[in-house]
Ligand binder design. Structure first.
Ligand code: ZN
Ligand code: MN
Length: 487
């Protein structure tokens, strides 16, 4: 067989559920897990004669995402009816945006495999409403729950700029971080707040030419794992199919597949993607949207530093590892708390250790955010300063931080109360060092003999001093005295 070399092309469609208080075109509250059909009204039920009214907050949220994704924001946009007939869509059309999306021509940066950043182009982002949910759990009957009908969705479409499943996952995770930072979506995968549809195909280079495999769209994926695994699976499957049949991309042979989580494979849903006639036309019940310069700049003022930029800055400015910087920037509140503690004078690496090793664990156990632990940035900075100055040991600092969260007391008060202040008084420590040297002549001789034994002997003597002070001596001061005496 000829040697086969191939490149993967993936474009992604993402539906993000916005966390507005009410639905896109009516006053029903958004809800999850409520009694079926309890969050509905004549508008979202699609009764004849009702009039939808646009949710301004949904437009602002979407514009904010558009700005964060470096898109051009449309000055003028409108609402279109996308007609299709489905039991979970009682109006028989979905209100969406067709030729004038709210945002277009942007890009998102993702961490690339080689450690650089990679730009993935965003083709468009538009607002639309969600459909209801069909339930097939009532024996011979199907039921429909319209609580979700009318929920605002932001649909984001990328260009096919991703070349591996890993990159697609990185983009999905980055987007999750961004919408959470902007406060426009909870982006809770379990609740279906983010749904993905990758378009996958391969460009194959073989001795006899270059070939493109037919595009496959995998529908409705709602976890990062399913997203990544379904693409991996498609790559293998398309390569096998090409080698077997030689079928290449042509007009009308795009197909749709679903992901079978249990069998870990994609399954064919529709063979030929027929050119749908959605009979798009402007919704006559809704006025077009004009985004004035003033409104736009007001929305712009709500932008914040994006998580990936923060992560890179933490590595550059504070010398944190990329991993630690990622942990601290995963959540905006954690990042804000960290930055406030740095501003209060704490050493960044020390703060990072305190927050990631103790703070985040506490927050996890209590099921709250780090900002809700009752800690003040000033208090944590003070704790870091005390550790840095050698007043307390690093492990004592961890203990004190836990107590701070429990009691709300200051680190200094707790250090004194819990007897954790290290002895740094050189005079007092010198006496103890002298005693130890006197009682351990053999170790002193070993040290002076030099060679391999020397380092071990020094460590032993240091340990003896720490033991005599019940671990409360400042090891740095002890080491200084010890080295002075032994030289
Ligand atoms: Zn409603
Ligand atoms: Mn859509």
């Amino acid at each position: 067989m000829n040697k086969v070399d191939y490149k993967v092309l993936v474009g992604l469609e993402i539906h993000v559920q916005l966390c507005t208080r009410t639905k896109m075109f009516c006053g029903c509250a958004l809800g999850f897990g409520e009694q079926p059909n309890s969050r509905v009204c004549p508008v979202c039920l699609g009764m004849p004669g009702v009039l939808p009214v646009m949710n301004k907050q949904a437009v602002e949220f979407s514009t904010l995402v558009g700005l964060a994704l470096n898109c051009q924001i449309a000055e003028f946009t409108k609402w279109d009816r996308k007609s299709y007939y489905y039991p979970d869509l009682p109006k028989n059309y979905q209100i969406s945006q067709y030729d004038l999306p709210l945002a277009a021509n942007g890009y998102i940066e993702i961490p690339a495999t080689n450690g650089d950043l990679k730009k993935i182009r965003i083709r468009r982002a538009h607002l639309e409403e969600d459909a209801g949910k069909n339930l097939h759990t009532a024996g011979n009957f199907s039921q429909v729950d319209l609580n979700r009908a009318g929920t605002p969705l932001l649909e984001i479409v990328t260009e096919p700029d991703m070349n591996s499943a890993t990159e697609v996952r990185a983009l999905a995770e980055e987007l999750q971080r961004i919408v959470r930072y902007l406060g426009v979506s909870e982006a809770d995968m379990q609740k279906g707040h983010m749904r993905f549809e990758p378009n996958v195909n391969l460009v194959i280079n073989r001795g006899d030419g270059q070939f493109k495999t037919p595009i496959v769209e995998v529908k409705n994926l709602n976890s990062f794992r399913a997203l990544e695994n379904s693409i991996e699976y498609e790559i293998d499957r398309q390569l096998d199919q090409f080698l077997e049949t030689g079928e290449v991309m042509e007009m009308g042979n795009k197909s749709t597949r679903g992901w079978d989580d249990a069998r870990e494979m994609t399954v064919l849903q529709r063979e030929k993607e027929e050119a749908h006639d959605y009979r798009y036309f402007p919704d006559p019940d809704l006025v077009p949207v004009r985004i004035s310069e003033q409104w736009l700049s007001e929305i712009k003022s709500r932008l914040c530093e994006l998580p990936l930029n923060k992560q890179i800055r933490y590595v550059k400015d504070y010398g944190l590892s990329d991993y630690d910087a990622g942990v601290l920037t995963a959540d905006r509140q954690v990042a804000n708390f960290f930055e406030a503690s740095v501003a209060a004078g704490g050493e960044p690496k020390r703060l990072c250790n305190l927050l990631t090793q103790v703070g985040l664990k506490l927050a996890n156990t209590r099921g709250c955010s780090i900002a809700e632990l009752g800690l003040s940035a000033d208090g944590v900075a003070e704790l870091a300063k005390m550790t840095e100055a050698g007043e307390i040991s690093a492990s004592a600092a961890n203990t004190i931080l836990e107590e701070m969260a429990k009691t709300g007391k200051s680190p200094r008060a707790l250090a004194e109360e819990m007897n954790l202040i290290q002895k740094s008084d050189a005079g007092e420590l010198e006496k103890i060092v002298d005693e130890v040297l006197r009682d351990n002549q053999k170790a002193v001789d070993d040290f002076k003999a030099g060679g391999k034994k020397s380092g071990k002997a020094r460590g032993f003597l240091l340990g003896q001093v720490m033991q005599k002070t019940k671990g409360r001596a400042n090891p740095r001061v002890v080491a200084e005295i010890l080295d002075k005496k032994l030289s």
